[in-house]
Design a protein around this ligand. Sequence first.
Ligand SMILES: [Zn+2]
Ligand SMILES: [Zn+2]
Length: 127
Amino acid sequence: MKQNSQFQQKQDLQYIDHPDTPALFWCKSNDCDENRIFCLSCQKQNKHNQHYNEDVLCIHELNQFLIDQSKQHENLISECQLQQKQTIKSLDKLIYGLSYKFCGIEDKINQFKNYQTQQALDSFIKT
Ligand SMILES: [Zn+2]
Ligand SMILES: [Zn+2]
């Protein structure tokens, strides 16, 4: 357990340039190559100053941002699920239609009238 938390701490430190100063800001710029979570020293070194002002935010807003982002992805998931349902529905319809058209056709073929044979031939060749 203790080892685990030490490891966790080590990992945490890798994310910031100055482990001894508190992280105050984070950067959401698309093309940021710096550590996204940073401190006042980083700010003074202008590490993120090529980024727009609105891309640099207060650390207290970070969790809310992450929550909002995950919600957006939840919406995407339910949209996909809806589409999945609709796709299944239309495939069901297609299968039903095809079954209606072709199932049991073997038994009927021998009793087909000429025009029915013609129709069946057409539909097999064209589909
Ligand atoms: Zn720093
Ligand atoms: Zn940045």
